[in-house]
Design a binder for this molecule. Structure first.
Ligand code: M6R
Length: 610
């Protein structure tokens, strides 16, 4: 997803921008560019491809102390130099970078006078021309940005410079993330904290429709109407080290190994002595939660898979009906919501637009549902919309493919299920205590799974040349199969389809032939014997079986060609253990195929477009 960084200060800005862009690489991008403010104009360089392509062409950059940079993930117009940001106006004195989509850009472009020449296919460029017109009418850059954004429909985070106003960056947001930062001598903006963490720990989270004027050593925040706003200041207490690879070959491997800690941190001090769940923020009363008669869980990708696990847990422990929706579909299908509905938004970033909009829809005055958000980024847009927030404390996740935040989400959702059970009296206190103890032991069980790393990797390497995989699971093993297939697709580009084991016979079994690889999640649980029957059905048609099976389960091992052993835990908590085997299985295949596991092609860490 696009990334923005900008700095106005006393020092040469080029290295600061390039460092910031490097820190944004994890978001996924396909071109990059910078604009530096010089005396009379804006100096600009853009390149498709990786950041190194841009770095190779900035040797002749002029000395400048104010500038903006961008990594672009293509939406409107392919990843080319002309579509890369920053975009400039006709005079070359205004430069704009943008994250998001300007939905009415065609209408806005049609309203531009004939003197304007557009040079890209992007929705963004129209902004530079609109600002140009405002400046020509005598506005300052800040007034021009405010006036233009009042006409824009869609989601955006933008930053702009004007050659005529040295030492000033004007930035704004609606729907897409943007933060500002400050030191004694410089002002900064970025779409994400790591981009400016090398410069400052003092950050300010901006709200929708706020405009920030960034100058050396100062920030001024206003609404679109120009009213002054005091932004909330926050000190960042994690450092760049935490976002580095820590000795591992890539972030993905490091983050897989951080999973026990991510789960332990998420569970730490969550359950108060009186049995209440400690949420990070809440305006919900226990009575309101007790009155909940239906739960919807919404999320995308890996977060959606964690939500599926929650469905099993909440229905079983708390005896509440749960619907689970891919967030991008939720608000388009007339779900029946009211104040007794709890909507749980699950998101690593707290910024995925699909989930964000699903959450907003749930809370809208028409629907009035209660909104609880589970996310990993403090003060994210979703967290700020929510009635209650439970932060997964997994630390920054850099690899585009989620791993440790997934396990932390599962831990948080299991806690929520037990809390709802306690409120509703569907389990005896002693049962809840026993379950909480088991949950607290989960980090140790995950450690034990990680001890099998070599076996998982070796198994994966056996299937490097396989093109098609099937992943099967039953009950709570089905979300594990979905997540295992997603990991494999994302990082190795193999085709992987996931099905509930019992569904294969209704059609997909037609694709099974000798040599087809079937990865079966076959750990012990209520449906174990049925899963073994499904494995038999695949074997009978010549499939090669890779089974995720409990340590020492010889019965299951006897049905498989390859076993990925995992330690046992409570069935409903087992996804947080079983999926570890599949993460490393996928990792080994991707590495053996020479893939860039941290930044897979076409993917973005945070998807802030619809
Ligand atoms: O930040 P979010 O959890 O809302 O992101 C949702 C998905 O985009 C994300 O899980 C995606 O599927 C990852 N690439 C999974 O590895």
């Amino acid at each position: 997803m696009c990334g923005i960084v900008g700095c106005a200060g006393p020092e040469p800005v080029l290295p600061i921008l390039l460092e910031g862009l490097t820190r944004l690489e994890y978001r996924g991008y396909d071109s990059a560019g910078i604009a530096l403010q010089t005396g009379s104009a804006v100096w600009r360089r853009r390149r498709p491809g990786k950041l190194a392509e841009l770095v190779a062409v900035v040797d002749d950059a002029p000395e400048a102390t104010t500038g903006i940079g961008h990594t672009r993930w293509a939406t409107h117009g392919g990843p080319s130099e002309s579509n890369a940001h920053p975009h400039t106006d006709c005079t070359g004195r205004v430069a704009v970078v943008h994250n998001g989509i300007i939905e009415n850009y065609l209408a806005l472009a049609a309203g531009l006078g004939p003197s304007h020449e557009r040079t890209s296919q992007t929705d963004t460029e129209v902004l530079a021309h609109l600002v140009e017109d405002e400046l020509a009418g005598g506005s300052s850059l800040a007034d021009a940005v405010r006036a233009c954004l009042a006409r824009v429909e869609g989601s955006f985070a933008i930053a702009a410079v004007n050659a005529g106003e040295p030492g000033l960056i004007v930035a704004a947001r609606r729907g897409s993330p943007l933060i500002a930062g400050r030191t004694e001598t410089s002002g900064l903006v970025a779409s994400d904290i790591p981009a400016i963490l090398g410069q400052t720990r003092e950050v300010y989270v901006l709200d929708d429709d706020q405009v920030v004027e960034v100058r050396p050593g100062s920030l001024r925040v206003t609404t679109l109407a120009g009213e002054e706003v005091t932004p909330v200041r926050r000190r960042v207490d994690w450092d760049l080290e935490a976002a580095e690879k820590g000795g591992y070959e890539d972030f993905m491997l490091k983050e897989i190994h951080e999973q026990p800690q991510a789960v332990a941190e998420t569970l730490r001090e969550r359950l108060l002595p009186d049995g209440r769940l400690h949420l990070d923020a809440t305006t919900l009363t226990e009575d309101q939660l007790r009155a909940v008669d239906k739960v919807f869980v919404v999320g995308c990708g890996t977060s959606y898979h964690a939500g599926l696990v929650a469905k099993y847990a909440i229905e079983h422990f708390a005896r509440l009906p749960v619907e689970i929706d891919v967030a991008s579909e939720f608000r388009y299908r007339d779900p029946v919501l009211d104040p007794n509905t709890l909507v749980v938004g699950v998101s690593q970033s707290g910024e995925s637009l699909d989930t964000m909009e699903a959450c907003r829809f749930a809370k809208s005055p028409t629907n009035k549902a209660r909104l609880l958000v589970i996310c990993n980024v403090v003060d994210s847009s979703m967290a700020r919309e929510a009635d209650a927030v439970l932060y997964t404390r997994a630390g920054p996740e850099v690899c585009v493919a989620s791993t440790k935040t997934h396990l932390a989400q599962i831990a948080g959702l299991e806690l929520l299920a037990l809390y709802l059970a306690q409120l509703r009296g569907t389990l005896y206190p002693l049962e809840i205590h026993a379950l909480v103890d088991t949950l607290r032991g989960l980090p140790t069980v995950i450690e034990r799974a990680l001890a099998h790393e070599d076996e998982y990797m070796e198994a994966g390497r056996r299937f490097v040349d396989v093109r098609d995989f099937f992943f099967l699971g039953r009950g709570v093993g089905f979300p594990v199969a979905l997540e295992g297939a997603l990991k494999l697709k994302e990082i190795s580009y193999a085709r992987a389809e996931a099905y509930p084991g019992g569904e294969m016979k209704h059609g997909p079994i037609a694709l099974i032939e000798p040599g087809t690889v079937v990865v079966a999640v076959a750990t012990r649980g209520r449906l174990h014997s049925k899963m073994l029957s499904n494995i038999q059905e695949m074997r009978a048609r010549g499939a090669t079986i890779v089974a995720v099976a409990n340590e020492g389960d010889d019965e299951t091992a006897a049905q498989a060609d390859v076993v990925l052993p995992v330690p046992a835990t409570h069935e409903l908590f087992s996804p947080a253990v079983d999926v570890v085997a599949l993460q490393l299985f996928a990792y080994a295949i991707a590495k053996a195929r020479g893939c860039d596991v941290d930044q897979p092609r076409n993917l973005a860490k945070t998807v802030t477009v619809e």
